[in-house]
Design a protein around this ligand. Structure first.
Ligand SMILES: [Zn+2]
Length: 141
């Protein structure tokens, strides 16, 4: 037992298709705004979820297998090998940029952590490609 606060991270991969398209804009404006991402295409995503908390007598902030199961049941089974614009109920009405997907994943994951004393969701990071990732910390403007 220490008074240390530690962050633990689980990484998962999933593959999904999407199209960046804002139905409020014309087709021409969508092409200008989103370029090639305005057409259907896919990514091999990496999801990294970080949980922060004290280190109790067990020595574990949280069982990483439990975190893995939450990610698989609440997020991955819904999005893996799916088209995010049309196949994923919790993304309906969302333009599936990595930013918006990160926020939507946060909303799915965060309530699942409430039963785990002292633990809180710290960060959702999504790698959309080798060069690009986004991070969400639960903040609102
Ligand atoms: Zn894309």
């Amino acid at each position: 037992m220490t008074d240390a606060i530690v962050e633990i991270t689980r990484c998962e991969e999933f593959s999904a298709a999407h199209r960046l398209h804002d139905p409020r804009l014309s087709d021409e404006d969508n092409r200008r705004l989103y370029g090639p991402c305005n057409t259907d295409h896919g990514h091999n995503y990496i999801l990294e979820v970080t949980v922060r908390g004290p280190v109790p007598a067990s020595g574990m902030v949280m069982d990483l297998n439990v975190l893995m199961r939450i990610l698989r049941e609440k997020v991955l089974v819904e999005v893996d090998h799916k088209h995010m614009n049309r196949d994923v109920p919790f993304l309906q009405g969302v333009i599936p940029t990595a930013e918006n997907v990160a926020v939507a994943f946060w909303k799915r994951i965060e309530p699942e952590l409430r039963p785990y004393a002292g633990c809180s969701l710290r960060r959702v990071r999504i790698w959309e490609s080798r060069g690009n990732y986004v991070e969400y910390y639960g903040e609102r403007a």
